[in-house]
Design a protein around this ligand. Structure first.
Ligand code: SF4
Length: 228
């Protein structure tokens, strides 16, 4: 029995019990399924026939190689680091909002990454905001943890404007590269630059290249106009 067949067998049995519950009188043909669940025969059969092992939290490991949850197949984690932003873009809800200047709790984020990578095969983690680099230490902690937990793709979306001080910009770029961010997406376009000076953003990009950021991409916003 394959993994998919085993899960289908389980869901068929459970579905039949749900249908039976919707009748006025619980039907006899679903009693067999109830007995199988009660005495553990159903789960034992799935374990035996597929080589899957049940563990805590309702997760399954299949042949010791793939970790999965029966109900959710999570492969990406995204963190909105903060609502605070150095921009005020007209197309963005954050731009209209008065920032509270707070960020998410870095330790809680680190704990979440560790727990999730224990249970799911996470392929990527993304950090964005607001402007996430207003809280660079939080970002660095998150990406260092993601790297240590084996998450291959570690992304940051930033408008690149968090300081005008060249020394601080250089240090921030270096810390990002050391922490393991491997894909930086820079929001640069006419909408962002209405409020954000381009010079410190350009300098930040140069520093990322100096510190050998594995990937730096420009991510402009576009206006799509529909002609009738
Ligand atoms: S920089 Fe980004 S988050 Fe900030 S206002 Fe502009 S679009 Fe929104």
């Amino acid at each position: 029995m394959t993994l998919n067949e085993a899960i289908k067998t389980m869901t068929d049995e459970i579905a039949s019990m749900i249908f039976a519950c919707q009748r006025k009188v619980f039907t006899n043909w679903a009693n067999d399924g109830v007995d199988k669940v009660k005495d553990g025969r159903l789960l034992a059969a799935v374990d035996r026939n597929t080589g899957m092992k049940r563990s805590l939290y309702g997760c399954w490991t299949y042949k010791g190689a793939v970790s999965m949850n029966c109900y959710i197949n999570l492969n990406r984690i995204e963190f909105t680091i903060t609502d605070a932003c150095s921009g005020r873009c007209k197309h963005c809800s954050n731009g209209e909002r008065t920032s509270n200047g707070e960020s998410i709790n870095a330790d809680a984020a680190v704990s979440a990454i560790k727990q999730l990578t224990d249970r799911f095969k996470i392929k990527s983690v993304m950090t964005f905001g607001g402007e996430p680099l207003l809280f660079a230490k939080t970002i660095n902690k998150i990406h260092a943890t993601a790297r240590d937990c084996g998450i291959p793709k570690r992304q940051l979306i930033t408008n690149g404007f968090f300081s005008k001080d060249e020394i601080k910009i250089d240090e921030a770029a270096k810390a990002l590269c050391v922490s393991g961010v491997n894909d930086v997406l820079l929001s640069v376009d006419v909408f962002h630059q209405e409020f954000i000076p381009i010079e410190p953003v350009m300098y930040f990009a140069e520093m990322l290249l100096k510190h050998k950021a594995p990937s730096l991409r420009v991510q402009p916003a576009w206006v799509v106009r529909e002609y009738l």
